[in-house]
Design a protein around this ligand. Structure first.
Ligand SMILES: NC(=O)c1ccc[n+]([C@@H]2O[C@H](COP(=O)([O-])OP(=O)(O)OC[C@H]3O[C@@H](n4cnc5c(N)ncnc54)[C@H](OP(=O)(O)O)[C@@H]3O)[C@@H](O)[C@H]2O)c1
Length: 244
């Protein structure tokens, strides 16, 4: 059985840990992102393919999809998985300080690219009896945080996309939008580095780190992979990984 996975943002953080976990389980993985992951490529030269793409550039993404590489990669898959993991926290701050360029970049990476990839993935996997999409969401999709209006709005958009797509009951397709918990990555370092005037809850996240409450990327990735590949995946469309 050939299992093929497409993962955005495999260069570091949760994406790096997810890639390592799934490659270790024998998946053939196509990593999409601005940067490659040399360590991963060294460890899994036969199973990892990488495609450099800046997901804030939706025209470049559409051009790449039009070239047929995603379709070709998935053509012989029995089971196919799409993980929309790449994401940006910025812009952090109240309205009036965010700036149009940063807003546009966040909308493209966090929401536009995942939705375009999901559509292309479903179109390219009609032959697969088992196909699964997971959007990496956030608690910020469901609880509002001052300073994170753009981030929260993009993640809430992923949740609603998954809810609507699940109602379509496409053959073999399961979809969910899952929050991974508070994971010890560069993104959390950015959270802790936030100016409290722009992000009033900064101290709470700093305390979580100081108290050793952050989840290691490998642990979050293992839990996500177990759920994603398990029988119950898709039953909860907009859950939190910590409670699934
Ligand atoms: N860490 C947490 O506590 C936490 C909590 C809730 C949700 N999440 C979500 O989990 C996911 C992974 O986050 P993380 O913590 O691992 O963050 P991270 O360490 O900052 O990694 C983000 C990943 O996204 C990629 N990326 C960013 N901009 C991109 C672009 N323009 N084009 C292509 N790829 C891009 C990065 O790759 P390059 O920079 O190499 O291009 C990197 O691989 C995100 O969706 C995030 O919102 C994280």
């Amino acid at each position: 059985m050939i299992i093929k996975t497409i993962l955005t943002g495999h260069s570091r953080g949760l994406g790096d840990a997810l890639a390592r976990d799934l490659l270790g389980r024998g998946h053939l993985l196509l990593g999409l992102g601005r940067s490659g992951n040399a360590a991963l490529a060294g460890d899994f030269p036969e199973r990892l393919r990488e495609q450099r793409l800046d997901l804030s550039d939706l025209t470049a993404l559409r051009d790449w999809l039009a070239g047929g590489q995603l379709h070709d990669f998935l053509a012989d898959a029995d089971q196919a998985v799409l993980i929309n993991n790449a994401g940006l926290l910025q812009p952090v701050g109240p309205l009036g300080t965010q700036g149009g360029d940063a807003i546009a970049q966040a909308l493209s990476v966090n929401l536009g690219a995942p939705l375009i990839l999901a559509d292309a993935f479903v179109a390219a996997t009609a032959h697969c009896t088992d196909r699964r999409i997971v959007h990496i969401s956030s608690g910020a999709a469901r609880n509002a945080y001052a300073g994170w209006s753009i981030y929260g709005a993009t993640k809430a958009g992923l949740d609603q996309h998954a809810r609507a797509a699940a109602l379509e009951h496409l053959p073999g397709l399961r979809i969910a939008s899952l929050a991974p918990g508070v994971v010890d990555t560069d993104m959390q370092a950015q959270v802790r580095a936030s100016d409290t005037a722009h992000f009033p809850q900064q101290a709470r996240f700093a305390a979580l780190k100081a108290d050793g409450q952050l989840t290691a990327p490998a642990a979050a990735a293992g839990r996500l992979a177990d759920h994603l590949l398990g029988e119950r995946f898709g039953q909860c469309v907009d859950g939190d990984l910590r409670t699934l």
